[in-house]
Design a protein around this ligand. Structure first.
Ligand SMILES: Cc1ncc(C[n+]2csc(CCOP(=O)(O)OP(=O)(O)O)c2C)c(N)n1
Length: 511
């Protein structure tokens, strides 16, 4: 057995079980995997910074269904932790390939050597420990296939990140080729949908969700004539049933009349929604395509993967649609920054990009009030597993590289600054067609709507103004930059005047 052989078995087995994309970060201990990847049919993406590479892998895995990332030993592995956490909470099959030193060196103070098993705590759905000096190619292959199917949730419906920690002894470079064989896994058939009785005051709530889950929620709402309360990354915020201003209506008499909520995906955006999910006069039903569900109010009475409901009374839906129209009209009379941002988000949605990534913080919350298109082919994405402001640029790039289609990503200035390392793309790598629209309000605007806004330390401890020229930062990485005012930006988006690839800095400093 040898390190090059183990590297080849890893790459060929991943390819055999359907992994098409691998991110490679530089390092010598990971050479057996990197060199095998370079010689394989795998699409290889290189990145220097592992934190950025991790989120690139997350974006690739979101859009392609699964992706792997290979890193060298030591702190390189720990830099993947944010992406692994997000993958764990969003159920994304991200395969971490951490190269390691041989077992006898652990704990000896040998260079770049630490205990890498368990480094991701309880985030992983499975893990494998392989050593170039132990076992056979068949044993390695079977272990790799097993953890990849765990990552995919093939049998468990519980997808998520996995780690393959591979210990490589010297020599690291040499020739080896292995043709991998992987078992065929046949999952059981899905259970039939649960038939529910019609309850007039039912709403369909869709949080962050896959395109499939979003479409299922939308179809159910349409068939059963129910109001659809859909977050921007739900892939359901489209059509007549969707209520654009639902957040404003939940604390009115109409919202108080709700008696049953069908929850799809992972709702996280607003306090009114959270209050509704905690009410003890509301029946909560979770509809999930995974083995996990969302229940922050500890109130769920039924969990199922699909439901059917007889067609309901139109009066309930009509009441929501009319209230929505009235609230829309009222919002349109406002001239403040929130309404101008709502206009920009509405223009972004109406432009119908192939893919739309919503950054965390206020950006996605403004989009949660945006006007709703009658139809749309846009696929929406957001890292709402843990709602981090990290890795947004890299995630958007991963989606563009996996799909080969243009991506528009909208984010705040701190979210942009957090991930500027991802603006660096190693020479020779493809430049993904990503348009980054950055709402520059010089700091974390979200905190001005929270309790901390009243404190003396608001600016220094929370908003943290940066006073940076974000365009100059992007230009230093050779990105085309467009600088626009807020209303000008809405006009440019609506007129289709923004470049497909580039950074658009929107001046929203009037807060
Ligand atoms: C990695 C990470 N660190 C900190 C936070 C806490 N946080 C939430 S929103 C926010 C500010 C974001 O500012 P910006 O991107 O400018 O968006 P805005 O609030 O202006 O919409 C911070 C720091 C987080 N969600 N994720």
């Amino acid at each position: 057995m040898s390190s090059p052989l183990l590297g080849s078995v890893i790459v060929e087995t991943l390819a055999a079980v359907g992994v098409r994309h691998m991110v490679v970060c530089p390092g010598s201990r990971s050479a057996p995997i990197a060199l095998a990847a370079a010689a394989s049919t795998m699409t290889v993406h290189t990145r220097t910074d592992e934190r950025s590479g991790g989120f690139l892998g997350l974006g690739l895995a979101r859009a392609a269904g699964i992706a792997a990332i290979v890193v060298t030993s030591g702190t390189a592995v720990a830099n993947l932790h944010p992406a692994v956490l997000e993958a764990a909470h969003s159920g994304i099959p991200l395969v971490v390939l951490s190269a390691d030193r041989p077992l006898p060196l652990i704990g000896t103070g040998a260079n770049q050597t630490t205990d890498q098993t368990g480094i991701f705590g309880n985030c992983l759905v499975d893990a494998a420990l392989l050593s170039s000096t132990d076992a056979t190619p068949a044993a390695w292959s079977q272990a790799i296939a097993r953890v990849v199917h765990s990552a995919l949730g093939t049998l468990t419906r519980d997808p998520g990140p996995v780690q393959i920690n591979a210990m490589f002894g010297l020599p690291l470079v040499g020739t080896a080729h292995h043709r991998a064989v992987a078992p065929r896994i046949v999952p059981g058939p899905p259970a039939p949908p649960t038939m529910l009785e019609s309850v007039d005051e039912t709403v369909v709530l869709v949080g962050d969700a896959s395109a499939t889950a979003g479409a299922a929620a939308g179809q159910l709402a349409k068939r059963a004539r129910l109001p659809l309360l859909a977050e921007p990354s739900s892939n359901a915020r489209v059509g007549d049933n969707a209520i654009s201003t639902y957040r404003e209506l939940l604390d009115t008499d109409l919202g108080h009349a709700i008696r049953r909520v069908l929850v799809y995906g992972h709702p996280t955006l607003s306090r009114p929604v959270n209050r509704m999910l905690c009410r003890d006069d509301v029946e909560i039903i979770a509809v999930t395509d995974r083995a996990r569900w969302v229940d922050p109010g500890h109130r769920v009475s039924l969990v199922t993967h699909a439901v059917q409901i007889p067609e309901g009374d139109t009066a309930w839906l009509t009441a929501w649609q009319e209230a929505d129209r009235r609230t829309e009209q009222e919002l349109a009379t406002r001239t403040g920054i929130a309404e101008r941002l709502r206009n920009l988000m509405s223009a972004v949605v109406a432009a119908e990009p192939a893919h739309l990534v919503w950054g965390a913080s206020n950006t996605i919350r403004h989009a949660d009030l945006a006007r709703i298109p009658v139809q749309s082919t846009t696929r929406c994405w957001a890292n709402r597993g843990l709602a981090g402001i990290d890795g947004t640029i890299a995630t958007a790039m991963g989606i563009a590289l996996a799909t080969g289609q243009p991506v528009t990503a909208v984010m705040g200035d701190l979210t942009f600054l957090h991930d500027i390392g991802s603006l660096h793309i190693p020479s020779g790598q493809p430049l993904p067609p990503v348009r980054l629209i950055v709402i520059d309000d010089d700091g974390g605007a979200i905190f001005s709507d929270l309790e901390v806004a009243e404190t003396d330390s608001f600016e220094t401890m929370f908003a943290m103004p940066h006073r940076r020229d974000l365009g100059a930062i992007a230009e230093s990485f050779e990105w085309p930059v467009t600088r626009l005012g807020l209303d000008e930006a809405a006009g440019a988006v609506a007129a289709g005047r923004l470049p497909e690839r580039g950074v658009v800095v929107v001046d929203a400093t009037g807060r």
